[in-house]
Design a protein around this ligand. Structure first.
Ligand SMILES: [Zn+2]
Length: 313
C-alpha cells in the first residue's frame, strides 16, 4: 500500500503531514479540530499510534507526545509510519477536565457514532478516520483526580503482541490489566490490533520523570520494531500480575510515609491518618508484600478512600 488514509487525506510514503480532523463547534461558534501528525518512511513497516489527552486533564500524556514531535525523533523513520495525536479530547483539555462537557468519558464511549453524544462523536472520529490505518498503539495516561502513578505499562497478557511491546518499552513497572469495555484499548482489540496503555504521574501536573520514561520507552519500542536506529538501553521491568488498593481505615489528614516506586512488606507502615485536632492517629499499613505502583496525594481523606495502589507478582 503506497499511501495511508486519515479522514479525507491520502499521505504517500516518505511524506510527513499535519492534519486537522473537524469534531464540532464550541457554543461560541469556534471550530474544534483534533490535530493529527503523520510521519512516514519511504519503506514499508508497521503503523504506530502515539496518543495523549484522551482524558483532557492528563497533561503528561499530551506533553509526552508534544515532546516526541518537538525533538524530531519521528521525522526520519527507517521504516513504517507513526501517527501522533497529542490531544484526543480537546474539550476536556480546555476545561481542565477528564471528560467532555456533558460529563461523558471518551474512553468509555467506543466505538461511538457520528450522531451520538459528543464523547461518542470523538470516539467515532478515531474509529473511522485513524484506527483503520493503525497496527499498534501506545496510549498515554496519568492517574485520575489526585492520584499519581509510577511509570508503568498496562497490557492484557492474553495478547502476546502487547506483551512484546510492553517488554520492549521496558518501563519500571508492567501491570497485567484486562481490557475495559468501550475503551480505546478495547476498540483496538476488537479490530484485531494491539494497544498498550502507559500510566505516569497525575492529572493537571507535569511529572518530568514520567514524561522522560515515556519518551525513552517509546524510543525503545520504535527501535524494537526497526523504525529508528537509536534508543536508550533496555531494563528488566518488574512485572505485576495483580494489583489492589489499600484504603483509608479512618477519615482525617493523610500523611504519606512511603511513595510510589517503593517496595513494601506486609505490615510495613506506609502512612498515617490523623484526626485534625489530634484526638486519634491511625497507622496505614501495607496489607501484602509488593511495590507501590500509585498513591494518593490528597491531604484530606474519607474512610474508604483509595490511598496506595500495590502491585504484586
Ligand atoms: Zn486517563
Amino acid at each position: 500500500m503506497s499511501h495511508i488514509t486519515i479522514g479525507n487525506e491520502k499521505i504517500p510514503k516518505g511524506v510527513n503531514a499535519e492534519i486537522e480532523l473537524g469534531i464540532a463547534r464550541l457554543p461560541s461558534g469556534t471550530k474544534i479540530h483534533m490535530p493529527v501528525y503523520v510521519f512516514r518512511s519511504k519503506f514499508d513497516g508497521p503503523t504506530i499510534l502515539l496518543s495523549g489527552g484522551l482524558h483532557g486533564d492528563e497533561v503528561n500524556g499530551i506533553e509526552i507526545v508534544r515532546r516526541m514531535i518537538d525533538n524530531h525523533m519521528l521525522e526520519r523513520l527507517i521504516r513504517g509510519t507513526v501517527i501522533a495525536l497529542p490531544i484526543i479530547n480537546i474539550y476536556g483539555f480546555i476545561n481542565f477536565s477528564r471528560e467532555v462537557p456533558d460529563g461523558k468519558d471518551v474512553n468509555r464511549s467506543f466505538p461511538g457514532s457520528d450522531s451520538g453524544s459528543l464523547a461518542g462523536i470523538v470516539a467515532n472520529t478515531l474509529c473511522t478516520k485513524i484506527l483503520p490505518a493503525v497496527d499498534i498503539g501506545i496510549d498515554f495516561h496519568t492517574g485520575g483526580a489526585s492520584r499519581t502513578n509510577y511509570p508503568q505499562i498496562r497490557h492484557a497478557p492474553e495478547d502476546p503482541k502487547s506483551q512484546e511491546i510492553a517488554h520492549a518499552f521496558a518501563p519500571p513497572f508492567i501491570l497485567h490489566s484486562g481490557v475495559i469495555p468501550n475503551s480505546l484499548r478495547g476498540q483496538m482489540r476488537s479490530m484485531g490490533k494491539t494497544m498498550v496503555v502507559y500510566e505516569g504521574g497525575e492529572s493537571l501536573r507535569f511529572d518530568n520523570f514520567a514524561i522522560d520514561e515515556a519518551i525513552r520507552g517509546s524510543q525503545r519500542v520504535l527501535k524494537h520494531l526497526g523504525m529508528i536506529k537509536n534508543a536508550p538501553k533496555p531494563r528488566v521491568s518488574h512485572v505485576f500480575t495483580q494489583s489492589h488498593w489499600v484504603r483509608a481505615n479512618n477519615s482525617g489528614l493523610f500523611r504519606l510515609k512511603k511513595y510510589s516506586g517503593e517496595q513494601v512488606e506486609k505490615g510495613d507502615l506506609i502512612g498515617y491518618i490523623h484526626g485534625p485536632a489530634n484526638r486519634y492517629e491511625e497507622p496505614v499499613e501495607a496489607d501484602t508484600e509488593g511495590y507501590i505502583i500509585g498513591h494518593n496525594n490528597v491531604p484530606v481523606v474519607h474512610k474508604g478512600d483509595a490511598l496506595f495502589h500495590i502491585g504484586q507478582t
